[in-house]
Design a binder for this molecule. Structure first.
Ligand code: HEM
Length: 486
């Protein structure tokens, strides 16, 4: 009898354990199902634009960073625009995002800074560049324009650039084969360092230019900070370069009595420290780093693409040479420096630069975060979501740019400014437009002037292009550069 009762109780206990087990599993299933449902159908006071939120936690990040092998729009964007239209939703690294390739909506959003939207950066960008307050951003913009804007270019940067580029190309021509992108990063960083802290990076404890190259690789990576990940490497590089910048600043502070002939950007920052409360030493270090970075990758990538596209399109190169030869012919002395008027007369050169920027799509997009719900075409974009303006989709839109993948600088003769304003924005648009846009154009135009008047170049190896979605040249662009008269 006792055995029978024990067995009976044992069975009841088993049923209880099983029951509790089933109960827990059922609860978990309901919870996970609801969570997945909520993930796929985020809250919205209206109807969300079409699109997919991808897998829980990672969203569609993997699809976004999957490399494609041409200048064309990455399949991620191309396929979704085809399927959902010009405005669609997605999720990147756990963050809900609206991607827009709609020119009207884009120009509307770019006029809403501080009202319906605020500037936003991708997670890795944000960690590396730190989100600034409104007043510090405004200050950074003014400071950049002060030292890299039109007046500074006219007054001093243009002749300095020309001399610098002449000596750069002369040293490049001593190489049997030169990887143009890496070499250009070094030169653009060196030139900017001179403006920022009268700097000489040759004595830095490591090669800053190479570090910047590797840093870019990590900027569009999945933001997991674990050893071995690109994100981790990116943050490590950021730390090291910042330490170097801090050393530069510490030296500057200890020798503040030394007077430089011309005030550089760091002098300016130190002078403003009393009046601008956000100007801490950390902030200054961050700014030195940020400015060096923005000047390096963007200009060097554009320059490397110029080398490749001009080498492949001799008709464009011939017209470019003709334009620059005629600038030289009009000078009293062949060695007279380039003037602002010379730069302004480079009509075809600026069309070539536009075309390289259009095809290059250096910036992956323009990013804003919504401050309020925004209605668009019957849909609602909820407050707090990120909007990515897919500039590449505008630049490669066949409705605006006939045969969009062909390198055709002459197309710019026909393009009206009103059309360009909405469909061509390599430097962004509106109040937040790139503060280094004119500097970049002048640097590139001056480089092309010296290059096409004095040198010729042939590709030795490399030339592969990938987008992930930032444009990269995995095997580099290796060129032999020779002086014309040799
Ligand atoms: C080919 C070269 C370059 C390209 C394609 C480029 C592109 C861009 C883009 C797309 C933006 C964001 C605009 C927005 O969010 O609306 C930006 C912002 C900015 N860029 Fe550039 N950039 C280049 C070179 C430079 C250089 C050389 C400098 C510094 C001398 C610079 C300084 C800045 C600054 C300070 C901002 C922030 C502007 C603000 O928030 O008011 N950029 N750039």
């Amino acid at each position: 009898m006792t055995t029978l009762v024990t067995t009976f109780l044992e069975e009841i206990r088993k049923i209880n354990v099983l029951g509790v087990g089933y109960f827990v599993v059922t609860l978990l299933t309901i919870y996970v199902t609801q969570w997945i449902y909520r993930w796929r159908n985020p809250k919205c006071n209206g109807v969300l634009p079409p699109g997919s939120m991808g897998f829980p936690l990672i969203g569609e990040t993997l699809q976004l960073i999957l490399p494609s092998h041409s200048l064309d729009l990455p399949p991620f964007l191309k396929n979704r625009i085809k399927r959902y239209g010009q405005i669609f939703k997605t999720n990147v690294a756990g963050r809900p995002v609206i991607i827009s390739a709609n020119p009207e909506f884009n120009s509307f959003i770019l006029r809403q800074d501080g009202k319906l939207v605020e500037t936003w950066s991708l997670d890795t960008f944000a960690e590396v560049f730190e989100q600034n307050t409104h007043s510090s951003r405004k200050y950074t913009r003014h400071l950049t324009l002060n030292h890299f804007g039109v007046e500074a270019i006219k007054e001093k940067l243009l002749p300095q650039m020309e001399e610098f580029i002449k000596s750069t190309l002369s040293s490049w021509s001593n190489h049997e084969s030169l990887e143009v992108k890496s070499a250009a990063i070094k030169e653009t960083v060196d030139f900017a360092a001179k403006q920022i802290f009268s700097g000489d990076l040759d004595n830095a404890p490591f090669n800053i230019s190479y570090m910047f190259r590797d840093l870019v690789e990590g900027l569009m990576s999945f933001p997991i900070n674990l050893p071995g990940t690109s994100h981790h490497k990116c943050l490590q590089i950021h730390k090291k370069v910042r330490e170097t910048m801090r050393d530069v600043l510490t030296k500057r502070l200890s020798s503040s009595a030394e007077k430089r002939e011309e005030e550089d950007l760091v002098d300016h920052l130190l002078r403003d420290m009393d009046s601008q409360k956000f100007l801490t030493e950390d902030y200054i270090v961050q700014m030195m780093f940020g400015l060096l970075f923005v000047t390096s990758d963007s200009i060097s990538t554009t320059l490397a693409l110029c080398f490749k596209l001009l080498a492949e399109h001799t008709d464009v190169l011939e017209e470019l040479i003709a334009e620059h030869d005629s600038i030289l012919k009009n000078k009293e002395n062949l060695d007279d420096p380039l003037t602002w008027n010379d730069y302004k007369s480079m009509t075809f050169t600026l069309q070539v630069i536009n075309e390289v920027l259009r095809l290059g799509n250096i910036a992956p997009g323009l990013f804003r975060r919504t401050l309020k719900d925004i209605p668009v075409n019957g849909y609602t974009i909820p407050a707090g979501w990120v909007i990515m303006i897919a500039t590449a989709a505008l630049h490669l839109n066949s409705d605006q740019f006939e045969d969009p993948l062909s390198f055709n600088p002459w197309r710019w003769k026909e393009i009206q400014p009103s059309c360009a304003a909405k469909n061509f924005m390599p430097f962004g648009s509106g109040m937040k437009q790139c503060a280094g846009a004119e500097y970049s154009r002048v640097f590139l135009a001056t480089f092309l002037h010296v290059l096409v008047t004095k040198y010729r170049w042939t590709m030795v190896k490399g030339g592969t292009i990938i987008r992930a979605p930032i444009i990269r040249f995995p095997d580099g662009f290796h060129f032999k550069i020779s002086q014309k008269n040799q």
